[in-house]
Design a protein around this ligand. Structure first.
Ligand code: 5GP
Length: 193
């Protein structure tokens, strides 16, 4: 039987990385798909620098375009001038083995996954409020002020797509949001037998 695919989206600054970090130990048999991106590695909120193969596979624009041409992405999209994509082979292999996979993608990519794999479950992580989102974006200190302004602008548009998702989870407290996502994953898997 094919495994279950979960997609998590949410505006920049909502805390997707923190929630996923809290979620993974709660779901030991859930596999996280590392995306490819043309964005440069940035500082993490823990003060370290993102590592190739951990947060992302960092690739050149040329390499990314070659991967598109060779149909290596399940989905890909441009976000704020950079490209991001989900490597197809890894996800398809795990699903074929009956395993569960989680992707973290922006809203256009989530739409592509839904069109391709309608049984995928889409989860939108919602900030407690837009002013809280702004505070978090400014407070994490990982982008410069212009980048923060653009990401906040994009976030407003992304929030409008939240209703298209199967589930909305408010990230007020990271552990609580991770627990809610775990419950969703457990229910989906149980219902699929
Ligand atoms: P960031 O630069 O903050 O790491 O990511 C920017 C946006 O790209 C976030 O909304 C993130 O969820 C999204 N993203 C990360 N990986 C992928 C991917 O493989 N595909 C798509 N479509 N979006 C992604």
């Amino acid at each position: 039987m094919s495994g279950s695919l979960f997609v998590i989206s949410g505006p920049s600054g909502v805390g997707k990385a923190s929630v996923l970090k809290a979620l993974m130990p709660k779901c030991p048999d859930l596999h996280y798909s590392v995306s490819a991106t043309t964005r440069a590695p940035r500082r993490t909120s823990q003060g370290t620098v993102e590592q190739n193969g951990v947060e992302y596979f960092f690739v050149s624009k040329e390499a990314f375009e070659k991967m598109i041409a060779q149909s290596e992405f399940l989905e890909w999209a441009e976000f704020n001038g950079n490209c991001y994509g989900t490597p197809r082979a890894y996800v398809e292999k795990l699903l074929a083995e009956g395993k569960s996979v989680v992707l973290e993608v922006e809203t256009k990519g989530a739409g592509q996954v839904r069109a391709l794999l309608p049984e995928a479950k889409l989860i939108f992580l919602v900030p407690p409020s837009m002013s809280e989102l702004k505070d978090r974006l400014e407070g994490r200190g990982t982008e410069d002020p212009e980048e923060i302004a653009v990401r906040y602008e994009i976030a407003n548009g992304e929030m409008e797509t939240a209703a298209l998702y199967d589930y909305q989870v408010v990230n007020d407290v990271v552990e609580r949001a991770a627990d809610q996502i775990k419950d969703i994953i457990d229910v989906v898997r149980l219902s699929r037998g």
